[in-house]
Design a protein around this ligand. Structure first.
Ligand code: NAD
Length: 480
């Protein structure tokens, strides 16, 4: 293997592999971002063994050591966000501004969990038996497998790795095969952070090889996964067979309700942001725009007007609003859903066509359907591209019923000036995250994140709620 191939990181060593992946820029198919090693199943198992060996030391490591390590990683991500954001945009296709913001946010996760290290507190309780003391505290879980998708190549690994390490766990990190560069760059920073060898291992490669090896390895105590419902279901079933703890964050078909009393400008900017930014490739994207009758036509007209101003181009150009689709197969999937929508009787009022730009890339105009029904496949299945559908509703009650009539439950939004409807919606939306007069996508890093129904399985991520997954409770009785 050539020395230019970016290696995996196992037991504190950069470890080459016999297979490699060529990482291509979706904005410019002639631009090779780099070559990245694909780990074998055997190497994945070696990474688990290294993590196991490092666990006794790291789980008992001084808190200030953990704090310093996490803080240092966060500081470097923050300082290098322009450079690493550019790399992220080059390999994934979201705009440069989005890439830079994502790396900055990843830095925030590390800095937040650096502080959480010191906020690990337990409880004491009176015993029902006189003379006995009871204490309850949390302990690290062990070795955690971290399996991540391609759409947030730095932020999602960060929001899983930072709490895993903060609470004293060791990690085997398997990023999506499509976006290894950001994962590798993050690991390179971590490798210089003072973390002992084996505490964090990187195994890039295919889900069917590396992911499966982690699922099948008894040395893995828990898996946290973000990705599709299909893979998540497979992971849950496999984990159940050996009673392994899992946390799954999966797809969405998120509703944005627009009521007659909405501020039209807020409605349009939230819908455009939620549906099309990051090329619609967000689990929190607003794909169903549920609009009440009194504002429906004005909303559609204003949406089309705004969509005409969106510039779809190379992700690295500073004035691009929407970058390319991530790869050929996602582009084909988006296009096939456009056909399905038309066959189902929906009206494609704007966009959807493939676009040619200076360089060859996976460019597609953001698409808007109207005259759709919630039963249509385009409103039930996650497309994961820049495609949104307007559903007409008679009033608030019907809009709410449509919003909740979905197999998913990640985020839900409402645009209204009515306090009564906003309050009712916050209580009644069957989603893990609810937004009022805000886009359905875009969340903070210090509060819980996760969904309901097919969108999530297991405890919440982020904020201090993350400890539910990354720690295990112990109850100790003492007769002094
Ligand atoms: P995916 O399910 O195809 O892959 C996710 C990860 O799982 C990848 O690392 C992949 O290699 C791995 N994997 C695949 N097969 C595996 C197997 N058999 N065993 C173990 N690991 C395996 O998902 P994707 O296409 O990378 O990501 C897109 C999906 O992610 C969308 O459905 C999106 O909604 C979802 N997503 C959810 C959230 C959330 O927080 N809810 C956030 C971002 C993305």
């Amino acid at each position: 293997m050539s020395s230019e191939i970016h290696a995996n990181y196992i037991a504190g060593e950069w470890t080459p592999a016999t297979d490699a992946h060529q990482n291509i820029n979706p904005s410019n198919l002639s631009d090779v971002v780099g070559e990245y090693a694909r780990a074998s199943a055997e190497q994945a198992r070696a990474a688990v063994a290294a993590a196991r060996a490092a666990f006794p030391g790291w789980s008992r490591s001084p808190l200030e050591e953990r704090l310093e390590v996490l803080d240092g990683i966060g500081a470097e991500l923050t300082a290098r966000r322009e450079e690493l954001g550019r790399l992220l945009s080059r390999e994934e296709g979201k705009t440069l501004a989005e890439g830079v913001a994502e790396v900055g946010r990843a830095g925030r996760f590390f800095r937040y969990y650096a502080q959480e290290v010191l906020r690990q507190m337990g409880d004491t309780a009176e015993s029902v038996r006189p003379g006995v003391e009871v204490a309850v505290w949390r302990e690290p879980l062990g070795v955690v497998g971290i399996i991540t998708p391609w759409n947030f190549p730095t932020a999602i690994p960060a929001w899983k790795i930072a709490p895993a390490l903060a609470y004293g766990n060791c990690v085997v990190f398997k990023p999506a095969d499509l976006v290894p560069a950001s994962a590798w760059a993050l690991t390179e920073i971590i490798s210089r952070s003072g973390l002992p060898p084996g505490v964090l291992n990187l195994v890039m490669g295919r889900g069917s090889v590396v992911g499966e090896a982690l699922l099948g390895d008894e040395g893995v105590d828990a898996v946290t996964f973000t990705g599709s419902v299909e893979t998540g279901g497979h992971i849950a079933r496999t984990a159940a067979q050996r009673m392994m703890r899992v946390q799954l964050e999966m797809g969405g078909k998120n509703p944005l309700v627009v009521l007659d009393d909405a501020d039209l400008e807020t409605a349009v900017s939230c819908a455009v942001n939620g549906a099309y930014f990051s090329t619609g490739q967000r689990c929190t994207a607003s794909s169903r725009l549920i609009v009440t009758e009194g504002v429906h036509d004005r909303f559609v007209e204003a949406m089309v007007e705004r969509m005409e101003t969106l510039r779809v181009d190379d992700a690295l150009k500073p004035d691009t609003h929407i970058g390319p689709v991530v790869d050929q197969s996602q582009l084909e999937r988006n296009q096939s859903y456009l056909e399905i929508g038309v066959q189902e009787g929906a009206r494609l009022v704007h966009g959807g066509q493939r676009l040619n730009r200076e360089t060859e890339g996976y460019y597609m105009a953001p698409a808007l359907f109207t005259e759709t029904r919630n039963e249509m496949r385009i409103n039930r299945e996650e497309i994961f591209g820049p495609v949104a559908a307007v559903i007409r509703a008679r009033g608030y009650e019907e809009a709410l019923a449509i919003a909740n009539d979905t197999p998913f439950g990640l985020t839900a939004g409402i645009i209204t000036r009515s306090l009564e409807h906003a309050s009712h919606f916050k209580r009644s939306a069957q989603a893990g995250v609810v937004m009022v007069n805000l886009p359905t996508a875009g969340t903070d890093y210090h509060v819980p994140f996760g969904g309901r129904k097919a969108s999530s399985y297991g405890p919440r991520e982020q904020g201090r709620y993350a400890r539910e997954f990354f720690t295990i409770v112990k109850t100790a009785y003492t007769r002094p």
